[in-house]
Design a protein around this ligand. Structure first.
Ligand code: HEC
Ligand code: HEC
Length: 163
């Protein structure tokens, strides 16, 4: 085989691989309005206005409440259903009961309300008053991704150095 022919062959192989890659990535890309199947673009998720706020500002939108909830979830390392009860009469598309977010039947929801009030009080009455005030206290400041904050262990000076 002549070297130039061999070069052309491998160059063609590279082009083919690249083309196959582009085709497969395009197939995986989210379907836009020009979806060949004619499906409409996905609707942006909407969140209903909250109906049972007792400690959060009542004028928050559904989206704002949802954003706060995702921070609580991450700050404590738990899921929505730790604080929100299932509604056996409302079966979702996945065949499982949906959560009734307005219901107060889970005791942990009451604890969370108290914790929120405490956190607000810490920030308003104390932390916000220091001159070097930077970041407010959040659920994650204490919880650090765990439901029960872990005790802080003082690193012992006597402990032998790690081998
Ligand atoms: C640590 C407990 C906790 C977790 C975890 C949690 N929530 Fe909440 N959620 C609450 C509390 C407490 C309220 C009520 C706040 C108030 O009274 O102002 C609430 C209120 C809501 C509301 C408003 C309900 C209404 O109609 O008043 C929605 C919606 C909601 N949560 C969704 C979620 C979603 C979605 C998740 C998971 C991403 C989640 N929550 C995780 C404690 C929690
Ligand atoms: C100043 C530190 C601090 C902050 C800030 C804080 N927590 Fe807590 N939280 C605690 C401590 C301490 C406990 C008790 C843990 C235990 O008993 O193991 C606790 C317990 C809880 C519990 C009950 C856990 C259980 O095992 O039943 C929930 C729920 C909770 N916090 C939610 C929140 C939420 C939501 C926020 C933010 C709005 C928050 N906390 C902010 C310190 C804090």
């Amino acid at each position: 085989m002549k070297p130039s022919f061999q070069f052309r062959l491998s160059a063609a192989a590279v082009l083919l691989t690249a083309a196959a890659f582009i085709v497969s990535t395009a197939a995986q890309a989210p379907q836009g309005p020009q979806d060949p199947a004619g499906n409409p673009p996905p609707e942006p998720r909407t969140f209903p206005a909250p109906a049972n706020l007792k400690v959060l500002p009542r004028d928050l939108s559904g989206q704002q409440v949802h954003d706060i909830m995702e921070q609580w979830e991450a700050g404590l390392g738990i899921r929505c259903d730790s604080c929100h009860a299932e509604d056996p009469n409302n079966i979702g598309p996945n065949g499982r009961p949906q959560l009734n977010f307005a219901s107060d039947s889970k005791p942990m929801k009451a604890v969370a309300r108290m914790m929120y009030t405490m956190t607000e009080e810490i920030n308003r009455s104390y932390v916000a008053k220091i001159d070097s005030f930077g970041a407010p206290v959040t659920c994650g400041t204490c919880h650090r991704g765990h439901l029960g904050p872990e005790p802080f262990l003082i690193p012992s000076a006597e402990r032998p150095p790690a081998p």
